[in-house]
Design a protein around this ligand. Structure first.
Ligand code: ADP
Ligand code: MG
Ligand code: ZN
Length: 493
């Protein structure tokens, strides 16, 4: 390759704190404009911010999950610039000692395997929202002061695909941690993508920043477009202008927004109204206690412990609630006597086909599986009934629907509906005996045919007799056992 490319991401996530980061206003998306505001987040002079410890805790949870170091002292700075969505004329952010420093993540999947260094994670406040109407611009300050965590990577990625995977993986991680809903359309997770190219071995090039990407696909498309565009410029002996560009999703191209010839001077200085934060042992323990097994590790564990394929494990681990559901159902099914690997396979099949189909049909998100009427316990019972032959596969599907409709246990549904499969040979033998009495003529004919070696006639009459036995049990007798007993009867003749 003639050129080498360098990609670094700056990802902003809205933390799911109940209140804003420096005041007690409600932090919510979609409320009536300018209803969740107070003098602090509106930036009145003389007011005092106070740190929301939940925001600091959530930020540190993300930082630790990205293997960042939490410094002994972390503090806030004022980042100064003017924009109408920010009435104070400065944003409270972190600069010299952010809450998370020098971490890394393993990027893995889709044929990619690579370690990406994390430069830092810092906590800051979001700005308000400007709504352009054509004739005027409106301002909604509900978002001003909402807790925002910015995650900055080193320029270790090389392709749009790697950056897309990074975003997807990070999104899944913060959702597992329960610190961000990851909703990119609503702006809960948004990314700025920095990219430069240079002759191989010559180090970083002059970077272009693509701002405000609100989907992981646009991150990929925007970056690959830039890599191509910058390559063509260098081929022509031109230089890349260091600037900020925007992705135009209608034209599938980036366009200049503003040039960034020399770094903007924000004149950062320490925020005088907030004390330095020194995380103590109790705080650090509360962070550790809130951590969970991360998606990538869980995918690997599910493959190893449950014999799932990578694709199955990945699908199941897409949502934490779904992976929890899966593991609970396998545990319960094993408790009901199914062999572990057998249970693991059966639950995976049901979860990824029938249950997935029902969730989609009924508009239930996999994240809501924790409240699903077919609880892991109920699915386990149903699978145990099927495995034991107590209910047929077909009646099993009907049972699942009835469990959902009536909110009852599978055993109760099967009993009430009379759907128990009869596989007890003695019980079936009684019915076969009765049928051989009422169908004596057919039985005699079948025996003659058997004696003469007329296989075709035997098979027709056997099917007829099996049908009679099934009908006499209301379709509940196990057809396999019935067939065996009828065939045995013909031999005896
Ligand atoms: P700035 O001061 O312009 O914000 P930073 O050093 O803070 O720049 O880096 C911002 C992001 O840009 C980081 O993700 C970083 O990895 C990435 N980055 C920095 N320099 C380059 C470059 N030359 N090419 C590609 N990405 C870069
Ligand atoms: Mg920066
Ligand atoms: Zn407020």
């Amino acid at each position: 390759m003639k050129y080498q490319s360098f990609i670094g991401l700056e990802v902003h996530i809205h933390l799911l704190t109940r209140t804003k980061v420096f005041c007690s206003c409600r932090s919510a998306f979609g409320d009536e404009p300018n209803t969740n505001v107070c003098p602090v987040c509106l930036g009145y002079p003389g007011v005092l911010p106070a740190l929301n410890i939940e925001a600091m805790r959530m930020g540190c949870m993300v930082a630790k999950s990205l293997h960042c170091r939490i410094p002994e002292k972390t503090w806030f700075e004022r980042k100064q610039y003017f924009y109408p969505d920010m009435t104070k004329n400065y944003q409270i952010s972190q600069f010299a000692s952010p809450l998370g420093q020098e971490g890394w993540v393993e990027l893995e999947g889709k044929g990619i395997r690579k370690k990406i260094r994390i430069k830092e994670c810092h906590l800051e406040e979001d700005a308000g929202k400007m709504i352009h109407t054509g004739t005027a611009s409106l301002l909604d300050y509900n978002r001003a002061g909402v807790s925002l965590l910015e995650i900055v990577t080193e320029p270790d990625m090389e392709t749009g695909e790697e950056a897309e995977l990074f975003i997807q993986q990070l999104r899944r991680t913060v959702r597992y941690l329960g610190v961000c809903d990851g909703n990119m359309e609503e702006g809960s997770l948004r990314a700025d993508a920095n990219v430069s190219i240079n002759l191989s071995g010559k180090g970083l090039g002059r970077k272009v920043e693509i701002k405000n990407l609100n989907s992981s696909r646009f991150v990929k498309l925007g970056l690959n477009y830039e890599i191509q565009r910058q390559g063509e410029l260098l081929d022509q002996g031109k230089t890349v202008v260091q600037e900020t560009r925007l992705w135009n999703e209608n034209r599938d191209e980036t366009a200049p927004m503003r040039t960034k010839e020399n770094a903007q001077d924000y004149r950062y200085f320490p925020e005088p109204d907030l004390p330095v934060f020194s995380p103590d042992a109790a705080f650090l323990k509360s962070v550790d206690d809130a951590l969970v097994e991360l998606p990538l590790g869980r995918v690997k564990r599910l493959m190893a412990d449950y014999g799932l394929t990578e694709e199955q494990a990945d699908l199941i681990c897409e949502e934490k609630a779904q992976a929890d559901y899966y593991e609970a159902a396998v545990r319960d099914a094993a408790a009901q006597g199914l062999e572990h690997r057998d249970a693991a396979g059966r639950v995976a099949n049901w979860l990824l086909t029938d249950i997935k189909h029902i969730l989609y049909r009924d508009g239930i998100s996999p994240a809501e599986l924790g409240a699903f009427k077919l609880t892991p316990q109920r699915l386990a019972s149903l699978l145990a009934l099927i495995a034991k032959g107590a209910v047929s596969g077909k009646n099993g599907k009907q049972t699942m629907e009835a469990v959902l409709a009536e909110d009852k246990d599978p055993e109760a549904i099967v009993r009430e509906r009379g759907w128990e499969q009869i596989s007890n040979p003695a019980q079936i033998a009684e019915v076969v005996h009765a049928v051989s009495g009422s169908e004596a003529a057919s039985l005699a004919e079948a025996r003659d045919a058997a004696a003469q070696g007329n296989a075709k006639r035997v098979s027709t009459l056997t099917a007829y007799l099996v049908g009679k036995v099934l009908a006499a049990t209301g379709g509940r007798a196990d057809p396999k056992v019935v067939g065996e007993q009828i065939r045995a009867l013909l031999q005896k003749g």
